[in-house]
Design a protein around this ligand. Sequence first.
Ligand SMILES: Nc1nc2c(c(=O)[nH]1)N[C@H]1C(S)=C(S)[C@@H](COP(=O)(O)O)O[C@H]1N2
Ligand SMILES: [Mo]
Length: 320
Amino acid sequence: MNNNYKSVPVNSSEITPYSQYLSRREFLKAAGLLGGSALLAACAPGVAATVLPGEEASESPVEVKFDELGDPTTAYEDITHYNNYYEFSAGKEAVASLSKDFNTNPWTVEVYGLVKQPKTYGIEDLLGKFTQEERIYRLRCVEAWSMVIPWTGFTLSSILNEVEPTSDAQFVRFETVYRPEEMQGQGNSLFTWPYQEGLRLDEAMNNLTILATGLYGEPLPNQNGAPIRLVVPWKYGFKSIKAITKIELVAETPSTLWHTASSREYGFYSNVNPERPHPRWSQASERRIGELNRRPTLMFNGYAEQVAGMYAGMDLIENY
Ligand SMILES: Nc1nc2c(c(=O)[nH]1)N[C@H]1C(S)=C(S)[C@@H](COP(=O)(O)O)O[C@H]1N2
Ligand SMILES: [Mo]
């Protein structure tokens, strides 16, 4: 295993179990105490709070961590209030409030297709069965902004190994829940719903690829893809599909929402590449949320050492 990225096993006692989180949430709701999900952080262990004179105690986890390049994690407030989630809104600032009542309990993830052991997991099975670890990753949106996010989750390969892909399986297709009555954006006819994404099987099996169930040591907020979302840190953010209910092993390249919407702009690979401009803007630099100056964009978002080998001999401009 490569040690070039932060993969800190998290003491399970430091993570609020999902069931406990839900019951506490239900309790607070019933008591009329729940303003926003961040409130829960106030009573979570291992979370520091900043209190300025004349202010109420901060309710967000604020313990800054650093990625392996030495850059600080983005503020919890920014990670949870600047979101791309078209099922709720095309406006990043609106997603947090529009998604706050989205129902993530109960939740199942079906893993099927070209596998020997198809399985349907309840979210609590996934949390109990697979060791949840912290991964501090850069997230680079194709729109040229970026963040550093401390995810909690587990490798996608641990699920794939359980279901045993057959020798015909070449790709993995992911699907977000389809619930237009709760997700107003799914009425937007510019897109083909539900949101779909895909990876080549070797990309899906790469140790960097995780299913995230938390952030800053707290359960994943709705706006970040609760209760479970993909994180593929060397690819543009739109590959990291939220609120997953289906994972299918397939033989052919899966179609994806953004490629279907605009194939010239969004390819299947979508590896972060400073040398391949988006047709409407450069990808050579990016704006790190919370910083003033732009930064140069790193090839494969800084993860070349772990992933470049998968693309040896491929033209990465043509295979964008
Ligand atoms: N289902 C779904 N997943 C999605 C999106 C979306 O609109 N719907 N947006 C993507 C984009 S463009 C980005 S940049 C990331 C943003 O993740 P974040 O809000 O947790 O930062 O989610 C990705 N996953
Ligand atoms: Mo994005």
